[in-house]
Each structure stands twice: as structure tokens, then as C-alpha cells.
Design a protein around this ligand. Structure first.
Ligand SMILES: *Cc1c(COP(=O)(O)O)cnc(C)c1O
Length: 229
């Protein structure tokens, strides 16, 4: 695959992030673009790097494996953003720096144990199902506190914030309340549990990232709009 088009896509997204930051009186440095590569071939990595991207996200270990072999892979911060089976933790923990999809106690224990075994600390986000859609993964908002309390005690984990996926919507405005809900939950948990460094909101994808930025996203996960021809 020829990925020359990536540069312009990154520039377009950056410009739109900056506009959204202006509207919401935020600094653009507070928004990280995580390039979600999925079915793109490993050649996408040098193109992303040349365009200034330093964060890559994958939702499945099988799709990450080939890209991680590429010589450019070590120049990126790697984010695991999909449902993570416990039997894949041994592969994912040593290669990814962030896990956005912590959604159950067994996974928290497995990640922490693997990290400790390897002398690492993993940055984790608890995935919350704000919208309540049945097919969405993540804990219910009322169950987030229990998982947050567990994760902050585990030695191999650095608990950094929350992640959500908004439902598919015809207009981005329709999911603003989902992003606002995640922000409120983060602030509420942080102040009640006195959590330090618990300040990351991973929310917003190709069709709704501007609204997510307006609502406080610190990481937006962009796939199609960045890497699909
Ligand atoms: C695929 C994926 C994205 C990116 O979605 P696009 O709509 O392609 O931007 C973001 N987050 C998760 C968890 C994904 O699986």
C-alpha cells in the first residue's frame, strides 16, 4: 500500500482539532491523536511518523503483530484499544504502553501480574459503557468505581483515566452527552477517591472527534479518516 495521502489527512485532523480547541478554550497540546491502523499494512507506520504521529492504536493482537515487527514500530507509543482476552495478555503487556480497554477485574489482575513479571508498569484506562448499549463493551458507570479502586491498588498498573465508545449516530451532536458523561464520571471519581494522574479521557473517533474534544477528550482514536484510502 502507498500511504502518501496520510500526511494530508493528519493535517486536516489537526486543523479540526485546533478549531474544536479554540471553541472550547483548550490548548491543542492537550489532545493526542492516536492513529488506529487495524487493516492498514505495516507500511503505514513510516508515513504516520513522517506526518508527526507518535501514537498508534490497535484493537486486536492479530492485527498488531505484523506492524510491531516493522523497524519503525519502536518509534511509537502503542495503545491497545480493543477487547482484550486474558490469554493474549502475555503478548500485549510487553509491547503496548497503554491499555484503553480495562473492563473486568480478572483482566486487571492478569495485566498487573504480567507487567510485574517483566518489570513494567502499564498505563490503563477503564472502559465505561456510558451509552448503555447492549453490544458495547465496558463496565456500567455505576460499576466503574469498583474497578477503579482495584486497578489503583495493583502494582503493575498506573491508572490514568477512562475510555468510552459512543454509539453510531447520524449527527455527532447526538453523542455529546456520552462524552460529557465520561468527563463528569472522571472528575467525580478523581475527587472522591483522591486519584493522582487520573486525568485521561479517551473518546472520539473519525465521525465525532470534534465534539469529543469540545467535551474534554485528551486522546482521540482515529482510524478510517486517517488511514483508509
Ligand atoms: C476502530 C476503532 C476506532 C477508530 O474508529 P474509526 O471510526 O475508524 O475512526 C476507535 N476506537 C476503537 C476501540 C476501535 O475499535
Amino acid at each position: 500500500m502507498e500511504y502518501g495521502f496520510v500526511q494530508q489527512r493528519v493535517e486536516e485532523i489537526r486543523a479540526r482539532v485546533e478549531e474544536a480547541c479554540r471553541r472550547s478554550r483548550r490548548h491543542p497540546d492537550g489532545v493526542r491523536i492516536v492513529a488506529v491502523t487495524k487493516t492498514a499494512t505495516p507500511d503505514v507506520l513510516p508515513a504516520l511518523y513522517a506526518a508527526g504521529i507518535r501514537d498508534v492504536g490497535e484493537n486486536r493482537w492479530q492485527m498488531a503483530r505484523d506492524k510491531l515487527q516493522h523497524p519503525a514500530a519502536s518509534q511509537f507509543v502503542w495503545h491497545f484499544i480493543g477487547t482484550l482476552q486474558t490469554n493474549k495478555v502475555k503478548y500485549v503487556a510487553p509491547r503496548f504502553h497503554w491499555i484503553h480497554s480495562l473492563d473486568r477485574p480478572e483482566l486487571a489482575h492478569a495485566l498487573s501480574e504480567e507487567a510485574v513479571r517483566r518489570g513494567l508498569v502499564l498505563n490503563v484506562l477503564v472502559q465505561v459503557n456510558i451509552s448503555g448499549e447492549a453490544q458495547k463493551h465496558g463496565v456500567a458507570p455505576e460499576d466503574a468505581e469498583r474497578l477503579v479502586r482495584l486497578a489503583r491498588e495493583l502494582p503493575g498498573l498506573s491508572l490514568r483515566g477512562l475510555m468510552t465508545m459512543a454509539p453510531v449516530a447520524s449527527r455527532p451532536e447526538d453523542v455529546r452527552h456520552v462524552f460529557a458523561g465520561l468527563r463528569t464520571l472522571l472528575h467525580d471519581l478523581r475527587s472522591r477517591l483522591s486519584l493522582e494522574g487520573f486525568d485521561q479521557l479517551s473518546m472520539g473517533m473519525s465521525d465525532d472527534f470534534e465534539v469529543a474534544v469540545e467535551e474534554g477528550a485528551t486522546m482521540i482514536r482515529i482510524g478510517r479518516r486517517l488511514v483508509n484510502p
